[in-house]
Design a protein around this ligand. Structure first.
Ligand SMILES: Cc1cc2nc3c(=O)[nH]c(=O)nc-3n(C[C@H](O)[C@H](O)[C@H](O)COP(=O)(O)O)c2cc1C
Length: 201
């Protein structure tokens, strides 16, 4: 697929066909994810891959938003995904890496960081997962794990304290029904001139 077509056609898909995803495609999502740029080549990321019905069910049992009552349209669609990938970031990995001699931030002081590079880099890796899914002819959706569900998620999957899920990504084959509509159905893309400042703000 042409790169421009991947960028142009990518959008979040919130309902999937009842069809498994080829493990080779999942492998490629992950191989491309770790090609993402990352500060100091720290690679302070991890990816929890859930690709069996049982493991995906464990994810939704731990992480479903709402009060546990009837699932809404969003959840009914999202739970059809045969694969969930949870990207996690490690602040500790960056503090360790930047304390090395070539970086020299031996005090491991967090205030040195202009923004949290650990989340940025894991986000960049996540975009590569989303774009690779399109290139594989699949659909995917990045979404947040509600704050109040993170402890249950950690507990269910034995996630170490040093890793934080930055969200989760459903992956599957697309159908004509793309599930719950996202925000683009309710608001327009901002024109370039509104967000780009050339030469001066
Ligand atoms: C950090 C982040 C969090 C998001 N959280 C959710 C979410 O919790 N649920 C959801 O359905 N979509 C979520 N999205 C998807 C956005 O709604 C979507 O990317 C945006 O509306 C643009 O639409 P598009 O990606 O389909 O082009 C999230 C996206 C990002 C980058």
């Amino acid at each position: 697929m042409e790169f421009q077509d991947v960028v142009r056609t990518r959008k979040m898909v919130r309902r999937y066909a009842d069809r498994p995803v080829d493990p080779a495609a999942v492998e490629r999502l992950l191989r491309n994810a770790v090609r993402a740029p990352n500060a100091g080549f720290s690679q302070g990321w991890a990816f929890l891959v859930l690709d069996t019905a049982a493991d995906v069910a464990r994810f939704w049992a731990a992480c479903s938003p709402g009060d546990g009552g009837e699932p809404d349209a969003w959840l009914r669609g999202m739970t059809t995904a045969p694969v969930v990938i949870v990207p996690l970031s490690s602040k500790a990995a960056y503090l360790d890496r930047y304390a090395e001699p070539d970086k020299g931030w031996t005090d491991r002081e967090e205030h040195r960081w202009p923004v949290p590079y650990w989340h940025i880099d894991t986000g960049m890796a996540s975009l590569l997962v989303l774009q690779t899914a399109v290139d594989e002819g699949l659909g995917a959706c990045f979404f947040g794990i509600p704050r109040e569900q993170v402890a249950a998620f950690r507990e269910e999957f034995d996630v170490p304290d040093t890793y934080q899920p930055i969200g989760a990504i459903t992956v599957g084959h697309r159908t004509d029904d793309e599930g719950a509509k996202g925000s683009p159905a309710r608001r327009a893309r901002k024109p370039l001139d509104e967000v780009v400042h050339r030469g001066q703000w």
